[in-house]
Design a binder for this molecule. Structure first.
Ligand code: THU
Length: 160
């Protein structure tokens, strides 16, 4: 038996003004993406913006459905748009922002487990980590270094 350590790093910012200009801009793009959120059921609006290496920014927002499980998260809408429209692109980072009309979202909203798994596939394929930034409506902003760090012991194509 042996114990192993696995660690990941995140930077926690107190205010958006502490982010680099590039990161601030991408978060602003995520906020713009959020305008197209369709969330009549949860009232929880999420926007995601993905920055590609060539500077292209790809938006996604959550799209709900009366048949609840048929809805989709903002992050997967955005990453699948990258996969289908820019299949050879290198992803540099993704920014995520969420608000709710029911309450003030005062904690950073990280991607759900299914989104982490989906994003990871693209990170592994491009063999270069990409950063994940996320925030709520107010409060701190989190920046992580990679999908691998957000999903230890994950499942990937090597098992198949
Ligand atoms: N949602 C996202 O868009 N991203 C996440 O990572 C978590 C949840 C959406 C899905 C649903 O439309 C709403 O937020 C409430 O779960």
């Amino acid at each position: 038996m042996k114990k192993i350590n696995f660690s990941s790093q995140a930077i926690i910012y107190d205010d958006i003004s502490e982010l680099s200009i590039e990161d601030q801009n991408l978060m602003e793009e995520a906020n713009v993406a959020k305008n197209s959120s369709y969330a009549p059921y949860s009232k929880f609006n999420v926007g995601a913006a993905i920055l590609l290496e060539d500077g292209t920014i790809v938006h996604g927002s959550n799209q709900e459905n009366a048949a609840y499980p048929s809805g989709m998260c903002a992050e997967r809408v955005a990453i699948w748009k990258v996969g289908s429209e820019y299949p050879n692109a290198i992803i540099k980072k993704i920014a995520i922002i969420a608000t709710s009309s029911l309450k003030t979202v005062d904690k950073p909203v990280g991607p759900c487990g299914a989104c982490r798994q989906t994003l990871l596939e693209y990170e592994l394929n491009q063999k270069t980590p990409f950063e994940v930034l996320f925030m709520g409506e107010v409060g701190k902003i989190v920046k992580t270094t990679s999908l691998v760090s957000l999903l230890p012991f994950s499942f990937d194509s090597s098992y198949l």
